[in-house]
Design a protein around this ligand. Structure first.
Ligand code: BDP
Length: 720
């Protein structure tokens, strides 16, 4: 009797010591499983979890067992007793109805049927008068999802004694898009190199691959596109397919499918064909055989993500064909194997003499109904390009016969890159909850994304990953929250950012109420802050050339107009803003009449979109009574003040969490404050040339000149 308890004591002490020494670098993400201090809580949780029934019939159930062991060791300092079948005297039962036919007596059959393959139920009930908690679903993966949800309740110190939770993912495809290149550089990546070590694959399986899969499974992500949308055809050759297959093997028990980006010209580049024309028989044959080959390596391969006819990528335009011709070519090749195509709507050209914001709609809307049924059109949240704030993309609601998939950017290309604390869930929520009025009031973007508005069986959400080899995965500790929130919103696009943030803070850092409330405040304010100090009132695309780091409202006269800032802000002596009403590009005509009317009318157009849709004189009177120039200056100043406040708020949290993460975050917040001032000063000095008005009182005077800011030329900015 004595020995095991002594052994347990040593083990637990070691774990605690290990945790103090190494555990707080952020590697454990939101799965910290920190020790719970309250003896009452620990007692209650132990009582409900110390005897667990869990059949061991797959690698997924094995993962569940390991997760529970790890979690309870960390949070409750106990090791639960596991049994595969025995239920007598047990308190947590995890299994499908195949495992436990009696479940049907406890959980409604209809309800079970409605769960599909991924949904789960967590229910407090009785078995032979014994109180038990049941986690059930129709697959082992569902049990894994249910287990993570159950553990979240404990991580966030909720009661687990009276549970009745049913959770079914609202979207089918919940994928990360890695813009990772085969040389391990990451386009728009600010967290180190790509985590895929292609050179050592397939022989070396890094622990990080398993941890990646586990983290994603814990938030319901069920797919990963391994490679950059600016694709390299090499990944479709046998030596790379073997490497991708090794990753797919690791991810399979976690319910994560591998997808690859398909370079449209691959039949020429690696197939020795003379053309990649989608209507050419040999090209069709080549893709069919390629698909067959891929499935021979990766039996559960998910499919392709394609960027075509955009920013130099080849595509169907090269052969005078449509985007539907291109997408269907690949869709037909994948169809026999159950694969899908995610075809990006991010198509625009500098040679098209029309507002860039209109081009995707012009190209895709006429193709509605022409895509095969295993194609999703993947649309960015806004019509330009992941700006700090954009109105919703007009394609949402405009293609009722086509499943549209959301593409959000998790990596912060335009939102402060590696260092700025910006909780992106607010941006995601703003778009998902937008009522685009496609089918009358209540037609929110979320309803398009989950397929419910038009009853599409396929649905999905993609997030451009912010993950790299940084020890804390995302470079910025708070970047983890954006990965987490993306997963949660992909599972349920109706979830609220505040709740997601609260859970994340508690799981990641601490249960201290002051810590939670202060961090929550900082997070909830952070998106509005970045919009204020970068692009207030609907300004957009005014960052510096190419690397997109820092302000560059002066960027002009480049080889492409649609990549310059002056194209977008149109500032001059007469005013500022892009006229997208009928007197300008008329991009507004692409929206439902309700939105059109609201945004066209200056009285009802939300000020946050004002300069996106209107070109207005500097003296234009804002709702506040100030002139446009004054309001602009105040917004920039407000953004700076918000970052100063965030820094001050964070400073009050010293000692509330480990020093390592506290200091890391503090130093990033200082960079953010400095850069917010840089943005404000550079932009206001630049626009002042045209407004020719002084800065209003209350707006700090810049210490440098516009020329100083223009001259600043940072070298080797990451992510290009
Ligand atoms: C822009 C990025 C560029 C991407 C492109 C895309 O600047 O690096 O390749 O989007 O989404 O945001 O294809």
């Amino acid at each position: 009797m004595k020995r095991p308890s002594f052994f347990l004591f040593v083990l637990v002490s070691f774990c605690l010591l290990y945790d103090t020494l190494y555990g707080k670098d952020g590697y454990n993400l939101w799965l910290q499983y920190a020790k719970i201090e309250s003896p009452e809580l620990v007692d209650a949780y132990r009582k409900n979890t110390h005897k667990i029934t869990l059949p061991q019939n797959s690698s997924t159930t094995n993962i569940i067992k390991n997760e529970l062991t790890k979690a309870f060791k960390g949070m409750l300092l106990t090791s639960p007793e596991f049994s595969e079948k025995n239920i007598e005297n047990h308190n947590l039962v995890i299994g499908t109805r195949d495992n436990f036919p009696w479940l049907i007596e406890l959980v409604d059959k209809k309800q079970l049927d409605s769960l599909g393959q991924e949904g789960f139920i967590i229910k407090s009930t009785f078995f032979k008068d014994q109180p038990i908690t049941v986690i059930t679903g129709n697959s082992d993966l569902a049990l894994l999802y249910g287990t993570f949800e159950f553990l979240k309740l404990i991580q966030t110190h909720k009661s687990i004694s009276d549970l009745n939770i049913t959770s079914i993912p609202k979207t089918k495809i919940r994928v990360l898009n890695h813009w990772d290149n085969l040389d391990r550089s990451v386009e728009r990546g600010y967290a180190g190199s790509s985590i895929w070590n292609w050179h050592l694959l397939p022989d070396h399986i890094d622990q990080q691959y398993l941890d990646y899969a586990r983290a994603n499974a814990s938030i319901g992500i069920n797919g990963t596109v391994l490679t950059n949308v600016n694709a390299n055809a090499l990944v479709l050759t046998p030596s790379y397919l073997k490497k991708a297959a090794a990753l797919a093997e690791v991810f399979r028990p976690y319910g994560i499918k591998v997808y690859l980006t398909a370079r449209f010209s691959a039949p020429i580049e690696i197939g020795n064909l003379k053309t990649a024309d989608p209507l050419d028989k040999n090209v069709q044959k080549w893709w069919k055989e390629k698909a067959e080959e891929i499935y021979s390596y990766i039996p559960n391969f998910g499919g392709f993500l394609v960027k075509a006819d955009s920013e130099g990528q080849p595509g169907p335009h090269n052969y005078g064909r449509t985007q539907a011709d291109g997408a269907n070519l690949l869709a037909q090749a994948l169809k026999p194997f159950g694969g899908i195509v995610m075809w990006r709507a991010f198509v625009y050209s500098e040679d098209t003499p029309d507002d860039r914001a209109k081009q995707a709609y012009n190209e895709f809307k006429p193709l509605d109904g022409k895509f095969d049924n295993n194609v999703l059109v993947q649309v960015k949240n806004g019509p330009i390009d992941f700006q700090p704030r954009e109105p919703v993309h007009p394609l949402f609601g405009a293609m009722p016969q086509t499943p549209l998939m959301m593409e959000f950017q998790i990596t912060q290309e335009y939102l402060g890159q590696g260092t700025h604390l910006v909780y992106l869930s607010k941006l995601y929520e703003e778009i998902l909850s937008t009522d685009i009025n496609a089918k009358g009031p209540g037609s929110t973007v979320a309803k398009i994304i989950d397929g419910s508005l038009e009853n599409h069986p396929l649905s999905g959400m993609a997030g451009v990953s912010n993950i790299g080899t940084a020890r804390n995965w995302t470079g910025n500790h708070f970047g983890q929250a954006n990965w987490y929130a993306f997963g949660k919103l992909a599972w349920n696009p109706y979830e609220k950012s505040e709740k997601i943030a609260k859970d994340w803070i508690e799981m990641t850092f601490s249960s201290d109420p002051q810590f939670i409330n202060t961090s929550l405040d900082i997070m909830m304010e952070s998106h509005e802050a970045v919009v204020n100090y970068m692009t207030p009132l609907g300004l957009h695309h005014i960052m510096d050339w190419n690397h997109h780091y820092g302000p560059g409202p002066w960027v002009t006269d480049k080889h492409r107009d649609d990549w310059t800032s002056t194209y977008y802000h149109q500032a001059g002596a007469d005013g500022i803003g892009f006229d997208r009403t009928s007197s300008g590009s008329n991009a507004l005509s692409q929206y439902s009449s309700t939105i059109q009317n609201q945004f066209t009318n200056l009285k009802t157009c939300p000020e946050k979109y004002l300069l996106w849709f209107h070109h207005l004189p500097w003296s234009y009177q804002m709702q506040s009574g100030k002139t446009l120039w004054e309001e602009l200056a105040f917004r920039y100043q407000k953004g700076v003040d918000q970052t100063t406040q965030a820094l001050q708020q964070w400073s009050t949290l010293e000692g509330k969490i480990d020093d390592e993460r506290y200091k890391h975050i503090l130093s990033f917040l200082k960079i953010q404050e400095k850069e917010a001032k840089w943005w404000k000063n550079a932009c206001l000095l630049y626009f002042q040339q045209f407004s020719k008005s002084p800065l209003p009182q209350g707006v700090d005077d810049p210490k440098k000149t516009l020329e100083d800011y223009k001259k600043y030329n940072p070298q080797f900015v990451p992510g290009i």
